[in-house]
Design a protein around this ligand. Structure first.
Ligand code: NAP
Ligand code: MG
Length: 480
């Protein structure tokens, strides 16, 4: 088994303590590789390399050159797409058809989009009332950024965070999730190959302790985190105490509403994909379904037909639609929710209580009806292939239910009536609204949540602004 090192100051180095951990293949439960486990000493080295690059070659580089390097990284991700897709599927259990068609091309698209930004970051001239005065703004990089990445879309989430940070002129220390370090490390190799100055991007593999040490480091100017709401609250509290800039991309329990006039075939297909894509391990999964009572049974029947045909299997098998869950821990967590739903009296319409994992961490697509609003499976983010479905009678009632969650990441509506669609888009409280679709994405379109789903936006101009600090310059034009 090979050992993968940390990427600090442009070099691959072992952890200062020599500590490693093993990453496993969730399709089999077998070990894949040993990976360096970064501790506080490595965090300090990475932050100091990022600071030196920020104060040195990276900040002196013309914007056009910065953009060229980010674009070269997009080219390298595309040139190495097959390898990245295989690594992502092997390490995270994501079906190879998805990593090939989605994760890797979407990561390249992020770098390509943000590669165009550096030459367009402009300040403004402000028409102030003070006489004989020139007032303008400069947009400066926030500084050294700590970026903490989840395991559900490891390469893509790294690209979402790195693209805008690099475009803004920041330097970065990235911490991938312990379950899925391999594509981040491969990306480090591509960053070196692209020719970024040493220290501009540093990659620290490790566990939650590594992430905490990074979030605690006083040399970090901004923390960008994607993951659970619990850890997000912890990081938000730390950032608040130190007044460090922070953006948080957290969980969701997103409502998906089917009105009686919807194109039901499209609504069923979209609702199925919306919740079961990536085996439900998506922050914006369509995990709460509300279908009008007049179409409820038809919608459930349609979902059951698709569930029966679902191909659950090994991630590297091209015919697999749903891969395993990412880890034994996640498997046990989802199993606990399924047991809990049954114990609370919900009706299990598809799926089963998973047994002890035998090799891979496979969970069949699961569907509950007869769900009460206060059940845990209805309120909490499960992050597995589990759908809860509820009928409704009136629009006011479904809006109340849909908005009655601590989360606010996404919400969807299926209807043929444009007025209803846009009225509901305004009434539903979430960062993204999907009308007759679920979760399309584009690097130019902002994404993020409200309430317990997070703070700030990623992607698009809003995502770039999160890495820029405006500076206001006042000039007395009469002084000699
Ligand atoms: P998590 O603990 O929040 O992990 C997310 C990232 O934060 C990982 O890189 C993790 O490192 C790191 N981390 C963990 N503890 C930390 C700490 N105290 N300080 C700084 N960084 C820390 O998420 P998880 O435990 O893997 O998953 C649990 C639940 O989180 C899921 O079931 C799901 O509900 C939610 N989740 C949401 C998203 C999303 O996209 N919104 C993504 C993943 C998970 P290690 O992994 O190495 O510990
Ligand atoms: Mg793994």
């Amino acid at each position: 088994m090979t050992t993968s090192d940390l990427f600090i100051d442009g070099r691959f180095v072992p952890a200062a303590t020599g500590r490693t951990f093993t990453t496993i293949d969730p399709s089999t439960g077998d070990p894949i590789a040993d990976v360096a486990h970064a501790g506080p000493h490595d965090v300090a080295a990475a932050v100091s390399a990022a600071r030196a690059a920020l104060d040195g070659p990276w900040s002196r580089m013309p914007a056009a050159e910065r953009g060229r390097l980010i674009t070269r990284l997009a080219d390298l991700v595309e040139a190495n797409a097959d390898e990245l897709a295989e690594l992502e599927s092997l390490d995270g259990g994501k079906p190879i058809r998805n990593t090939r068609a989605m994760d890797v091309p979407a990561a390249a698209a992020q770098f390509r989009y943000f590669g165009g930004w550096p030459t367009k970051i402009e300040g403004e001239t402000i028409p102030v009332a003070v006489p004989d005065t020139l007032c303008y703004t400069r947009k400066e990089p926030v500084g050294v950024c700590a970026q903490i990445i989840p395991w559900n879309f490891p390469l893509l989430m790294a690209a979402w965070k790195l693209g805008p940070a690099l475009a803004a002129g920041c330097t970065v220390v990235v911490k991938p999730a312990e379950q899925t370090p391999l594509t981040t490390l491969r990306l480090a190799g591509l960053i070196a190959e692209a020719g970024f100055p040493a220290g501009t991007v540093n990659m620290l593999t490790g566990d939650g302790g590594t992430g905490a040490a990074l979030a605690d480091h006083p040399g970090v100017d901004k923390i960008a985190f994607t993951g659970s709401t619990a850890v997000g609250r912890e990081i938000g509290a730390k950032a608040g105490a130190r007044l460090t800039r922070v953006t948080l991309e957290l969980g969701g329990k997103s409502p998906n509403i089917i009105l009686p006039d919807a194109d039901l075939d499209a609504a069923i297909a979209g609702s199925y994909q919306g919740v079961y894509f990536n085996s439900g391990q998506a922050c914006n999964a369509a995990s709460r379904l509300y279908a009008h009572r007049s179409v409820f049974d038809q919608v459930i029947e349609g979902l059951l037909v698709r569930i029966k045909e679902a191909r659950v299997g090994q991630a590297l098998d091209p015919s697999t639609e749903l891969g395993p869950l990412v880890s034994a821990g996640q498997y046990q967590r989802v199993r606990g929710y399924i047991r809990d739903g049954i114990a609370e009296g919900a009706r299990l319409r598809a799926g089963e209580v998973p047994g002890e994992p035998d090799g891979g961490f496979f969970v069949q697509p699961t569907l509950f009806t007869d769900v009460a609003p206060d059940m845990r499976i209805h309120r909490e983010e499960i992050f597995g292939p589990v759908l809860v479905a509820t009928p409704f009678d009136t629009v006011d009632e479904v809006v109340r239910q849909a908005n009655g969650s601590e989360y606010g990441l996404a919400a969807g509506v299926w209807t043929r009536n444009l007025g209803d669609a846009h009225t509901l888009a305004a009434r539903l409280s979430a960062g993204s609204i999907y009308l007759n679709t679920w979760a399309p994405g584009d690097p130019a379109a902002p994404f993020g949540g409200i309430r317990a789903s997070g703070i700030g936006r990623e992607m698009g101009r809003a995502g770039l602004d999160a890495y820029l600090e405006p500076k206001t310059v006042w000039t007395n034009l009469t002084s000699r």
